[in-house]
Write a protein that binds this ligand. Sequence first.
Ligand code: FAD
Ligand code: SF4
Length: 447
Amino acid sequence: MADNAQKVEELSESGRTYSPHEAVLEASRCLMCDEAPCLDGCPAGVDVRRFVRKIRFGNFRGAARLIREANLLVGICGRVCPQEILCMENCTRGSLDTPIDIAGLQRFAGDVELGTLAPLPEPAEGRKEKVAILGAGPAGLAAAAELRKLGFGVEVLERADSMGGVLTQGIPPFRLDRGFVESELDYIGRLGAEVHLGRDEKDVGALLKGGFDAVVIGVGLYRPYTIGLPGEDLEGVYVAADLLAVVGQGERPDLGERVVVIGGGNVAIDAAMTALYLGAERVDMCSLESYEELPAFRSEVEIAQGEGIEFHTRTKPVRIVGADGRVSGYEGVGIRWKTPGLLVPSNAEDIPGTEFRLSATAVVEAIGQGVRDRYEGVDADERGLIRVDPETMATSMPGVFAAGDVVSGGATAVQAFAEGKRAAAGVAAYLNEAGARGAASTKGGGR
Ligand SMILES: Cc1cc2nc3c(=O)[nH]c(=O)nc-3n(C[C@H](O)[C@H](O)[C@H](O)COP(=O)(O)OP(=O)(O)OC[C@H]3O[C@@H](n4cnc5c(N)ncnc54)[C@H](O)[C@@H]3O)c2cc1C
Ligand code: SF4
């Protein structure tokens, strides 16, 4: 079991770090393109070409500072960003041989800087308006940091007892070291935002009446879906989000030797790797999608495959089998899509004769999460995703903005971060306009 944990840690975390010499060599491959396409690939607006150039000439801290101007979470995004489908996908060097390892270089710059914390951006002149931020995930933290830089008073109200959102409650510690995350999140606290942990806030109207001039909702997705399979109530059946949250807090639940994970996304891969990390000898991943259709990031799929995780693609769960109240097996069946390209459960058709059974000591369902709470007065779609103006992230309720997974339905940390920044700009414009109208009366209703 210890061997497993060590192997998973090595693969997922330290195995990807550059030495200074290696970083300079990698940065030297950059073509310094005139119209650099890598710039369009970063949702947070990081100037990739300039930071790579700084590394090339040995200015590592300068590179980190440059990245941090656009994205405070330098090292975190260097670790978890799917850069192969963002900035690296666009890299011109890829057409010659391989794209510049922008992720690796960003991660390197973040690590170098962490030992010697760079000076923080100077907040602008103090503003009297106060903004409440619901949720301390990437979206909320980006909004908090930007608003502090503009001089607004900021209070972050976070339901959990730690900051970071999915970065600390979802992504497993072997993929994103918690000590590292805390140091990087410390930047946000140092910008002067007040953070209140253990605050589960649902009434934005009351916040506006209670002294806040604007609110940003960045509460993510915290209602795990379940399939409703026969056998779901057996001991040994887990929902991935809950499993990852307890492992994130340092617990080590015993899943036994054979674990089946249902799902094909990033959360399913994290659950499968976590099962290995916890000591499982065999992990099977069962997904509706084919290998090529898996929604998980390709790099993570390849790591999981390299670790011997067995993929049972284009299959559908039928039941979880039990003995004496505990999981003992899993049954599934092969499927084909009735309408090609429509990758939803209702479009899956069983293929007779492809039924199969796996023995299992635990089954983990990783089929997605939805919105946990609705916010009265704030328009949302039928899934509870908050409707916003995409330019300003303003909701239907004046003074209330939203960003991140609660808007997109689940994307990436860097997209949530970019939306949080956009929401902060939206809040600033709203408050400036309110100020220009001489609307000190915005308090008590945000109007
Ligand atoms: C297991 C897992 C692995 C992932 N891996 C990656 C990856 O490798 N790379 C990547 O880019 N993206 C990854 N993602 C997606 C990425 O983490 C999310 O898109 C991103 O964290 C969304 O940020 P957010 O701020 O919108 O929400 P969250 O990160 O979910 O943060 C929301 C915060 O709001 C708090 N909250 C909830 N309700 C309330 C309330 N009522 N009052 C106050 N606070 C509240 C929550 O406790 C949480 O801290 C992963 C997601 C999961 C679940
Ligand atoms: S596209 Fe690639 S090669 Fe061109 S500037 Fe960006 S990182 Fe360098």
